[in-house]
Design a protein around this ligand. Structure first.
Ligand code: SAH
Length: 263
């Protein structure tokens, strides 16, 4: 195959057959399942997923050169969609309980994750997301409160999903080799989570807190609320704490109060 990988599209193709098999096995795919793969690239993982005989396999790939290659390689056995995943409207697919795989393009991996979190709703849940990130991003996603990596991404990701780390993957498993180690995470939807009027409000609030992560929370509370003392009292918050000292639930509660006040 004569496709020169494009750095701008985060193209690092997974070559290690053992790793590809492990990634695929984590989907627990049965013949009843609908599967979606983000950025199939040259189709290495795609090929392995197909061996599990899912009901249908959709792939979304932005690079036109790869679309041709995928159509030739897989013919009618998969549905190839030539789109930018960040622009894609899931409603077009109109399938619930999708199992989603993605060795994600690393420059936009958190944006892709946020899109999936926003779209996962009580009436439209993904069955599972099996996503690969740069290790450093995976650590931020998994971070607990009171640690330096804890922040917006940890709080947003855990809102609707239980997240588990499967494994690290070394650069030598890819072509071309990325500069950093990768990490495979699996996201399973929580059966219960706090509903917000608008998920942008949670992003807005955590942005304000973590833009100045070393400052005491007194400051962001002052920015967000007309009556910050009342909010601090209601949640029994010590305003001398730093944002990273508040657990995820506290941020969800702050968001609820914010939404009540703005109506
Ligand atoms: N899954 C493949 C390739 C991973 S590399 C493998 O493991 O071998 C990332 C892939 O995402 C590339 O194929 C790249 O072209 C594609 N990609 C990059 N940006 C994209 C976007 N915005 N929408 C859809 N696909 C994208």
């Amino acid at each position: 195959m004569n496709i020169i990988p494009k750095k701008s599209l985060g193209q690092n193709f997974l070559l290690d057959k053992n790793i590809i098999k492990k990634v695929c096995d984590n989907g627990n795919i049965s013949e009843k399942d609908y599967v979606l793969e983000i950025g199939p690239g040259t189709g290495n993982l795609t090929e392995t997923i197909l061996l599990k005989k899912p009901k249908k396999l959709y792939v979304i790939e932005k690079d036109k050169r790869l679309i041709e290659h995928l159509n030739k390689k897989f013919k009618d056995s998969i549905v190839v969609i030539n789109e930018d995943i960040l622009q894609y409207k899931f409603n077009e697919l109109n399938i619930k309980n999708l199992i989603v795989f993605g060795n994600l393009p690393y420059n936009i991996s958190s944006q892709i994750l946020v899109k999936f979190i926003k779209h996962n709703r009580k009436d439209f849940t993904f069955k599972k997301l099996i996503f690969m990130f740069q290790k450093e991003v995976a650590e931020r996603i998994l971070a607990k409160d009171n640690t330096n990596l804890y922040g917006r991404l940890s709080i947003f990701s855990s809102w609707k999903f239980n997240i588990k780390k499967i494994m690290d993957i070394e650069p030598s498993s890819f072509y071309p080799k990325p500069k950093v180690t990768s990490t495979l995470l699996i996201f399973e939807p929580k059966s219960n989570y706090i509903e917000f009027k608008n998920s942008n409000n949670l992003e807005h609030i955590t942005n304000i807190f973590f833009n100045q992560r070393r400052k005491m929370i007194k400051k962001p509370l002052n920015i967000i609320f007309k009556n910050p003392k009342k909010v601090a009292d209601e949640l029994k918050l010590d305003v001398k704490l730093r944002p990273q000292n508040l657990d995820k639930n506290t941020f969800y509660k702050i968001c609820l109060i914010y939404e009540k006040l703005i109506k």
